[in-house]
Design a protein around this ligand. Structure first.
Ligand code: FEO
Length: 397
């Protein structure tokens, strides 16, 4: 069993790496891939915790058989029903027909709609405990992190938290599987923030509620459904998820613009230069028509200052900027400083639409928006400098 990885004496890691998929949820780029993590607890009773995406089921089942031999699986604990984790349920049930599916009522409504199962359930409630022999599992309802049925399973015996998507990350596990075996800051931090902000961020208030539910639990190991297993420094990943779900940011600025003919882009460059002259070192500029929304959201989650620019397009914003602002409104992103700028050739509309975004979001506008006709000149650039100086002043407070 040269490929067997153990979390502890009776707990096995059964994850697979996906280096083929380009877009997670057919939407979010994952250039560094993703792992789908499942776990097997081989006690007097055998429990599987979540499964994996459909594509790798054969290897997955082989690996389970390699560990269990003739033994069967008694329980499948479904912490989360999204297909990247439920994709192999059907194959598992086919191979182990006496298995009991463990989940809450919301889980089973989704299970039934996906698989039609009605009589192999074992429905649990918040706080229900399940004795496997040596391990005692406790179920903690943490709904809307990020689906309605999401829950976590805490192993009271070894203090392992099977956390579902929470505390997860994009990025495959290339040899190193545990936090003490990887260079987290170099290889995972940015992917983890992008995963959090893109997938879970909208439900940040529910993440905070989940933290309150977990308060008092002495968590020694965190086994998420994606990314590394945390056993050396669980507080690091808890700190990051707590920070991101409170919308706590760094003192930097991301400038994102939509520009058809380069006029709005020129203003972005001037604002960035003036910010730099004011001592701001963390500055990123993105063209919303080129950089995927996923990365724009990631930098907005990272930096306190957000400066948005758009040319006019059909009396509104450039559609790529409209997509960004609509997504941010939908996500309910909080607590940013905002600057607005843009340009037009005839009747405007880009900056006016950005201002409506400001009104909807209630982010603090650091100074008046700048809207210029045609190619920006000294007057427009001077106004851009006002935005940069105001933003820098606010960040230095
Ligand atoms: Fe990794 Fe929400 O599924």
């Amino acid at each position: 069993m040269h490929n067997t990885v153990k979390v502890s004496d009776k707990v096995y890691y059964l994850g697979v790496n996906d280096r083929r998929t380009h877009l997670f949820e057919n939407m979010w780029p994952i250039p560094n891939g993703v792992s789908y993590n499942s776990y097997l607890i081989v006690d007097e009773k055998v429990a599987l915790v979540d499964t994996i995406e459909f594509g790798s089921s054969d290897d997955y089942l082989d690996k389970i058989e390699e560990i269990l031999g003739e033994r069967t699986i008694d329980y499948l604990i479904i912490n989360h029903m999204e297909p990247d984790h439920s994709g192999s349920i059907k194959k598992v049930v086919e191979k182990y027909p006496d298995i009991k599916l463990i989940g809450n009522l919301k889980t089973f409504k989704i299970v039934e709609s996906y698989f039609g199962y009605k009589d192999n359930w074992y429905q649990i409630e918040d706080g229900t405990e399940l004795d496997l022999g040596h391990h005692v599992m406790k179920f903690v309802m943490t709904p809307w992190v990020h689906w309605p049925e999401t829950m976590m399973t805490f192993d009271l015996t070894e203090r392992i938290l099977f956390s579902g998507d929470a505390f997860g990350s994009w990025g495959t596990l290339d040899g190193g599987i545990f936090d003490d075996e990887i260079e987290f800051e170099d290889y995972y931090l940015d992917d983890m923030r992008r995963y959090y902000s893109n997938i879970v961020g909208k439900y940040s208030n529910m993440v905070q509620k989940a933290f309150k539910k977990l308060d008092g639990y002495d968590i020694r190991t965190i086994c998420a459904t994606h990314g590394p297993i945390w056993r050396k420094d669980v507080n690091k990943v808890i700190f990051l998820y707590d920070k991101w779900s409170k919308f706590e940011t760094e003192d930097g600025v991301v400038i994102i613009y939509g520009s058809m003919y380069g006029n709005t882009e020129k203003m972005a460059d001037v604002i960035a230069r003036k910010l730099s002259e004011q001592g701001i070192k963390k500055i990123r500029i993105h063209d919303a028509s080129k950089t995927h929304l996923s990365y724009l959201i990631n930098d907005i989650w990272r930096y306190k200052g957000v400066i948005l620019g758009s040319c006019a397009y059909n009396s509104g914003m450039l559609p790529t900027m409209e997509n960004l602002t609509r997504t941010l409104e939908h996500m309910g992103v909080k607590d940013h400083l905002l600057g607005l700028f843009g340009s037009y050739s005839w009747n405007g509309g880009g900056v006016k639409s950005l201002f409506k975004f400001h009104e909807n979001m209630d982010w603090e506008l650091v100074s008046d928006p700048v809207d210029t006709k045609g190619i920006p000149g000294d007057e427009a650039f001077a106004k851009c400098e006002v935005i940069a100086n105001a933003m820098a002043d606010k960040l230095k407070i």
